[in-house]
Design a protein around this ligand. Structure first.
Ligand code: NAD
Length: 315
């Protein structure tokens, strides 16, 4: 089925990868990308697509109804990535997170409801809405029924947006779906997040700032596996459902740091321990059995350390 999808936040890390993934895997689809080009949105990420007739860029804000209506012209599905995405920034000032992640999502939902309520709406959320798991209980994983228990202002704003998406399905019968993914790695990520920050620091001969003892654990998934999961949910997902996405690839931050140092031929002396992040969640780990069993998705590009090595080389 040929589609014309609106991708919000397509100049950011995952959005840019998703635009490329769709262009490479669905020849007859059209894409409109709505992005306000905040500090993490880089138009260079997609500059080579400017001449492609299947791709249109709209420079605009999801908080602005006129921008959103313009971008919705002709589309029959929305994949919503646009958000403030960095936990550390949300600790310093949570206001932009409420404005873009909550009010922006609500503006987008209302524009779809008013103009084309049958539009499929895939909302990209995060495993961080489930809070934190203990380090000494490897048997515990986040499932779709794990209670929401947000610990950072970032995750609180994402959970609030999830609740609006859920409510618009329940109240207005909209065709909404929610995905909750673990930490992504791959090309085009803004170098404030740990992997591109550490790699670019080392390229410049600078040390890498490791929070606390580095014991915190994240479940790493290659961004293209995430993109394939989102495309699968868009095409085969059931309205109103939540799908967790993860790679069964748990690594402590210390283990990740050592792997990057080894790949770059640098010693442990390049680690600069820094004061831990306030409220730092200890462990995230995803149970992705629902999307695997019901929609047939499997990660195929996240194998460690090969996928990490490709990523390090890219930066
Ligand atoms: P990013 O910060 O790299 O990109 C965000 C993009 O959204 C940028 O291009 C930015 O310009 C745009 N944007 C921000 N506010 C906007 C607004 N008001 N109007 C229009 N555009 C706006 O983020 P990312 O890492 O690509 O994350 C994308 C989505 O995936 C987010 O919703 C995030 O919560 C979610 N997510 C990210 C990860 C991860 O590991 N990076 C994991 C799970 C879920």
């Amino acid at each position: 089925m040929s589609r014309h999808i609106l991708i919000t936040g397509g100049c950011g890390f995952i959005g840019a990868n998703f635009v490329r993934f769709v262009m490479n895997h669905r020849d007859d689809w059209k894409i409109t990308n709505l992005d306000c080009l905040s500090y993490s949105g880089n138009p260079e990420n997609l500059a080579d697509l400017d001449s492609d007739r299947r791709y249109t860029f709209v420079h605009g804000d999801i908080r602005n109804e006129a921008d959103v209506n313009k971008a919705l012209d002709g589309v029959d599905a929305v994949v919503h990535f646009a958000a403030e995405s960095h936990v550390d920034r949300s600790i310093l000032d949570s206001r932009p997170f409420v404005e873009s992640n909550v009010m922006g999502t609500q503006t987008l939902l209302d524009a779809v409801r008013k103009t084309k309520p049958e539009t499929r709406f895939v909302h990209i959320s995060t495993d961080e809405v489930y809070g934190s798991l203990p380090l000494n209980r490897p048997d515990l994983l986040f499932s779709e029924t794990t209670p929401i228990a947000t610990n950072s202002p970032y995750s609180a704003s994402k959970a609030a947006s999830d609740m609006f998406v859920r409510a618009y399905h329940h109240t207005h019968g909209m065709d909404t779906l929610i995905t909750r993914c673990s930490n992504n790695f791959g090309p085009y990520q803004f170098p404030e997040k740990v992997i591109p920050l550490f790699v670019t620091n080392l390229i410049e001969g600078k040390k890498v700032p490791l929070y606390g003892t580095g014991e915190n654990v994240r479940d790493w998934l290659h961004v293209e596996d995430h993109c394939e999961a989102i495309l699968t949910v868009l095409e085969k997902g059931k309205a109103g459902e939540v799908y967790n996405i993860g790679g069964n690839n748990e690594r402590s931050n210390l283990e990740l740091t050592h792997a990057i140092l080894d790949l770059m031929g640098m010693g442990r002396d390049m680690i600069q321990p820094v004061e831990d992040r306030k409220g730092h969640d200890l462990r995230y780990a995803i149970d992705a059995s629902k999307i695997k069993a019901e929609l047939g998705w499997q990660p195929t590009r996240s194998a460690w350390p090969e996928a990490l090595e490709r990523t390090v080389r890219w930066y």
